[in-house]
Design a protein around this ligand. Sequence first.
Ligand SMILES: Cc1cc2nc3c(=O)[nH]c(=O)nc-3n(C[C@H](O)[C@H](O)[C@H](O)COP(=O)(O)OP(=O)(O)OC[C@H]3O[C@@H](n4cnc5c(N)ncnc54)[C@H](O)[C@@H]3O)c2cc1C
Length: 361
Amino acid sequence: MAAPFRSYADRTVTEVLTELTDDAELRAVLSGHYGDYSLAPGRASFGMHAMLIRHYINGANFPVGGSARLAETATDVITGAGGSVLISAEVERVVLDDKGAACGVLMADGKSFRAPLVISDAGALNTLTRLVPDPASEAARLVQSLRTVGPSQTYVMLNIGIRASGDRLDLDPANIWAHAGPDIDGDIAAFEADPEHRTMPTYFITFPSVKDPSWESRYPGRTTIDIAGLTTWSLFEPYAGSAWMRRGADYERLKDRLTEELLGQVFRFCPQLEGRIDHTELATPLSFNHFLGREKGDFMSLAHTPQRFALRDLGAHTHVPGLLLTGQDVASAGVSGAIMGGVVAASAALERDALEDLAAG
Ligand SMILES: Cc1cc2nc3c(=O)[nH]c(=O)nc-3n(C[C@H](O)[C@H](O)[C@H](O)COP(=O)(O)OP(=O)(O)OC[C@H]3O[C@@H](n4cnc5c(N)ncnc54)[C@H](O)[C@@H]3O)c2cc1C
């Protein structure tokens, strides 16, 4: 990776900002977006932070039609090229030929597919530890490095539904980041030391339906709001062995407590919503494990630490010939990072720089 990038990527956000200013409040404002890469500024690489701020410098984008349009658009491209898209289709493992090269996948329902190349978006750790049989010692080294890097931080996310249009509710489309105080690292550490009794250190409130110009025609008189609260895996670990939707009364009580806390924050910023909420549903780190194949609710998969950006063997190529990795783990966090991961994987598959193809249109 280019030396100028590494000179910043090798340091944490807090280290770089402390060099720039001794004003703690200014540092908190400058790092207030840390939740977008799900890692405390004291642990996150300044390289990740700089990419995020550059990404937002001229404002943000929201897909017209909501995030589902991303999948639908990609599906159109795949089916248009003669491919197929399967949903709710779990891969049990990558199948290897007698020379040890990937030649297809075996699905959890017993079906199998053959392919000259297998490209996995299921996450580097997930792919290398669960989907490849008998990881070779080469992979074991990378797996060990990925475990040392560790997971990104995790959230609880309350999905809220209201039977009224956003216009009537006087909602602004801008996102809200709310922190406990200017000592972001200190507040996260204090929370992690006692998550049972402390309130969450950071909240993020977003208004998807208000941002989407196509929403009102698709769902007239309806509004959605999401609020995320930074939490910690230790709070949910006791329930890790339980089954989805059957996690027991203690877990439901924990969810109720966190739902109340998050609703309190919604009313703090939008008092006009008191008494207007019609539906809530809380996603927890266990939801991300269940649906995304994560281990500790890792919201953005790997932690974007300086060590993660220093890993030389984390890229599209794996120790298994014919098996490539794609998505955020081979580039960086977020939708844009995952798209760049796709470009990296496409370059590896095509054996040429796919960015040049894109630039050429
Ligand atoms: C609730 C939430 C909200 C977010 N909001 C934003 C946002 O507003 N903006 C933003 O930029 N980023 C956001 N992110 C982050 C963003 O979604 C991720 O960075 C991005 O989706 C990563 O893309 P990916 O393709 O690498 O991995 P993922 O999107 O995590 O996709 C991995 C896929 O692999 C599948 N999988 C895993 N194991 C298997 C298996 N064995 N067989 C088959 N499939 C498998 C998973 O089900 C999953 O669908 C959000 C993340 C979450 C969890």
